[in-house]
Design a protein around this ligand. Structure first.
Ligand SMILES: Cc1cc2nc3c(=O)[nH]c(=O)nc-3n(C[C@H](O)[C@H](O)[C@H](O)COP(=O)(O)O)c2cc1C
Length: 331
C-alpha cells in the first residue's frame, strides 16, 4: 500500500478542481482573509480555505461582510470560501453569492465549537441534526454550482463518533466532494491529541478525499499526521501563524528555517496588505494579533514588542520591524 501512497507534493483533485499539492491552509476565523490566503499560496500551499463567513450575512448583503470577507485576490486561486449557517435556503443563496465572487469551492463549517455559533444550530451543532447538515450541503452545491466540501469534528464529546457517521452520509447522500476532518471532539476545542486512527478508518471508508486537520504544529508533525492518518491531504492551521514557510517545507521548496531578515520582510508585506485591506487606523489594531507570531521568530526585545503593541502609528510599526531585520550588536 505504501508503495502507491502519494507524496504531500503530489497533485490531487477536489470535485474536478485541480489542487497542486496536498498541503492546505485551514480556515481561521478572524485571520484567513485574502492576504493571509495569498501568503499561504505564495509560500506553496495547494489550496487556501477562507475564514468562516456567515451565510446569513451574505444572503442579507451585509455590507461589511461583502466588503471585507468576500474579497478574493486574482492570484490566490484555487480558493475555497467557508460558509456557516443553519438554514438550507439561506445557505443556497450564500453559496451562490460566494460563487459569483469567484470562489472555486465552497466549504461548509460543521465543526465550530463556539457556543454562540452552536446555539444557532450551526457549526458542530449540525452533528446533532444530520438531515439538516445534508440539506445544507445539497443546497450549497445547487446554489453555487461548485463542488462542496465539509469540515467537521469527530463528535461532540469524547467517544462520540457522530462526525464520522455524518461524514459518510455527506459523501454518499449529499454528493460532497471532500471532507476536512478535525478528529477532536467539539467539547475539547483545540486541545488534546487528535485521533488519527479514527481518521484512517474514515479515509478507508470514503471514496472522496479526506483532508486531516488538528495538531499540525510543524512540517514534521504534518508529515507524521499524513502518514498516521492515511489522509489524502493535510490542513495547516495554528502551525502557519507567523510561519508561512511551513508550506515551503511541506511543498519541498526549502529545508532551512527563515532568517530574521526573511521574517521581518514577511511581516512588512503583511503590514502593507493589511493597510491596503483595512485602511491605516484599523490595520494597526488588526495587526496587533499578528505581531507576536512573527516576533517570536525574530527574538525581539520586550521593549520593542511592547512598543509595537502600543503604537497607533503604522509608520512607527514599520520602523520597528525594519530595525528588527538585523540583530543589534551587543557591547
Ligand atoms: C483562531 C482559530 C480560528 C479558527 N477558525 C476556524 C474557522 O473559521 N472554520 C473552521 O472550520 N475551523 C476553524 N478553526 C479550526 C482550525 O481550522 C483547525 O481545524 C484547528 O485549529 C486544528 O488544527 P491545529 O491543531 O493544527 O491548529 C480555527 C482555529 C483557530 C485556532
Amino acid at each position: 500500500m505504501s508503495a502507491t501512497r502519494p507524496e504531500l507534493t503530489d497533485p490531487f483533485e477536489i470535485g474536478g478542481v485541480p489542487i497542486a499539492n496536498r498541503v492546505l491552509l485551514a480556515p481561521l476565523a478572524g485571520i484567513g482573509n485574502w492576504f493571509v490566503r495569498l501568503q499561504a499560496k505564495r509560500h506553496g500551499a495547494g489550496l487556501a480555505v477562507s475564514e468562516m463567513v456567515s451565510s446569513f450575512a451574505l444572503h442579507y448583503k451585509n455590507e461589511r461582510t461583502l466588503r471585507e470577507l468576500l474579497v478574493l485576490h486574482p492570484e490566490e486561486h484555487p480558493v475555497s470560501i467557508q460558509l456557516f449557517g443553519h438554514d438550507a435556503e439561506v445557505m443556497r443563496s450564500g453559496a451562490e453569492i460566494a460563487a459569483a465572487a469567484g470562489a472555486d469551492l465552497i466549504d461548509i463549517n460543521m465543526g465550530c465549537p463556539v457556543p454562540k455559533v452552536r446555539k444557532t444550530g450551526a457549526g458542530a451543532q449540525l452533528l446533532r441534526d444530520p438531515d439538516l447538515a445534508l440539506a445544507l450541503a445539497v443546497a450549497a452545491r445547487e446554489g453555487s454550482g461548485l463542488p462542496v466540501t465539509v469540515k467537521l469534528r469527530s463528535g461532540i464529546s469524547p467517544g462520540d463518533r457522530s462526525g464520522f457517521d455524518l461524514a459518510v452520509r455527506l459523501a454518499e447522500e449529499a454528493g460532497v466532494s471532500a471532507i476536512g476532518f478535525h478528529p477532536r471532539a467539539a467539547t475539547k476545542g483545540h486541545k488534546g491529541q487528535p485521533d488519527y486512527a479514527l481518521t484512517r478508518e474514515l479515509t478507508e471508508r470514503l471514496d472522496i478525499p479526506l483532508i486531516v486537520s488538528g495538531g499540525l504544529s510543524s512540517a514534521e508533525a504534518a508529515r507524521r499526521a499524513y502518514e498516521d492518518s492515511g489522509a489524502d491531504a493535510v490542513m495547516i492551521a495554528r502551525g502557519s501563524l507567523g510561519n508561512p514557510w511551513v508550506f515551503e517545507e511541506l511543498a519541498g521548496r526549502r529545508e532551512a528555517p527563515p532568517s530574521r531578515a526573511e521574517i521581518a520582510g514577511e511581516l512588512l508585506w503583511v503590514i502593507d496588505r493589511a493597510e491596503e485591506h483595512l485602511g491605516t487606523e484599523r490595520a494597526q489594531r488588526y495587526l496587533r494579533k499578528f505581531y507576536p507570531w512573527y516576533f517570536e521568530g525574530i527574538g525581539a526585545s520586550k521593549r520593542v514588542r511592547d512598543e509595537l503593541q502600543r503604537t497607533a502609528d503604522l509608520a512607527r510599526a514599520r520602523e520597528l520591524v525594519e530595525a528588527a531585520r538585523t540583530p543589534i550588536p551587543v557591547g
